[in-house]
Write a protein that binds this ligand. Structure first.
Ligand code: C2E
Ligand code: CA
Ligand code: CA
Ligand code: CA
Length: 277
């Protein structure tokens, strides 16, 4: 889908009729939203498939637009990537998420996962910046997972290897996101210093209805084990899928079965409600 959308005829007026006209997101609109700090972070739990214990959370960007309501990353991440605003957006998301994590999950055995954009994979000063933020907040790099999509890690393999190695040396964990849809060379992937593989949710969501998806899920789990990677399935929406994943040897799961991504307060309430009393 195109990232930048159709031109609205009425820039400042929310569309009130039932036409499908969408709010036009331009670079200027995005830049202003960054200045006004309209971006926030939602959190989704990650659980151990076998014990059901909470092991961490993934941070997902949301845009709280004053008139449009909440906008999802598919509406603004591709445009930010294409316009040079992604660095600023990444910075705001990382700082908010790490500050929240330091304030509310300190001293707990949890990991925080953040999504890296393709652009930051060619920014040599980025690993230092992330490490500085962690030091400032007292978050150990061992608690931080950086998720890189299979596709973006292949865009510029040389620079990517350099940046990912920097993160690894500093003690961060790295995860291959959306695995299975990128057609990348397995040997190239295996050479990158990842410690986790995330099966793309497309295969996981369709597993209950598609034998083909089930086979792909099982094969990816086996591949992950063979490469010594832990395996996370995202998009776990029902109990059947969770059982299937357990039986196939998957390590971790994320999905609406447990919780949608929610704001910090709702995440803490969800977490609290599951703690033994
Ligand atoms: P992703 O990293 O693959 O994140 C998982 C997406 O799957 C999230 O969509 C999440 O809400 C959704 N999801 C989780 N569990 C389920 C489920 O059980 N069923 C279904 N149908 N969906 C589920 P979201 O939040 O809309 O994010 C979309 C994508 O935007 C992310 O995909 C990620 O690639 C990107 N993104 C999000 N936040 C950031 C960010 O801070 N920086 C960058 N660079 N990209 C981000
Ligand atoms: Ca992700
Ligand atoms: Ca993913
Ligand atoms: Ca995705």
């Amino acid at each position: 889908a195109p990232s930048s959308v159709r031109i609205s005829h009425s820039q400042n007026v929310p569309v009130a009729d039932d036409s499908e006209e969408q709010f036009a997101i331009t670079e200027q609109v995005l830049a202003q939203a960054l200045r006004e700090r309209q971006f926030t972070v939602f959190y989704q739990p990650k659980l151990c498939c076998t014990t059901g214990h909470l092991v961490g959370l993934e941070c997902l960007a949301r845009w709280q637009h004053p008139t449009q309501g909440m906008l999802f990353p598919d509406r603004f991440i591709p445009l930010a990537e294409g316009s040079g605003l992604i660095a600023q957006l990444t910075e705001q998301i990382f700082v908010q998420a790490l500050e929240w994590f330091a304030a509310h999950c300190h001293g707990q055995n949890l990991q925080i996962a953040l999504n890296l954009s393709a652009k930051t994979l060619s920014s040599p000063e980025f690993p230092d910046w992330v490490a500085q933020q962690c030091t400032r907040l007292g978050v150990a790099p061992q608690q931080v997972v950086l998720e890189v999509t299979e596709t973006s890690s292949m865009e510029n393999p040389v620079a990517t290897l350099q940046i990912l190695t920097q993160f690894r040396i500093k003690g961060f964990s790295l995860s291959i996101d959306d695995f299975g849809i990128g057609y990348s060379s397995l040997i190239q992937l295996a050479r990158l210093p990842f410690s986790e593989l995330k099966i793309d949710k497309m295969f996981v969501i369709s597993a209950p209805y598609s034998e083909e998806s089930q086979k792909i899920v099982s094969a990816v789990i086996s591949l992950g084990r063979a490469l010594n990677l832990s395996v996370t399935a995202e998009g776990v929406e029902d109990a059947w899928t969770l059982q299937y994943l357990k039986d196939a040897g998957c390590d971790y799961a994320q999905g609406f079965l447990f919780s949608r991504p929610v704001d910090g307060e709702a995440f803490l309430a969800w977490k609290h409600s599951r703690e033994p009393t």
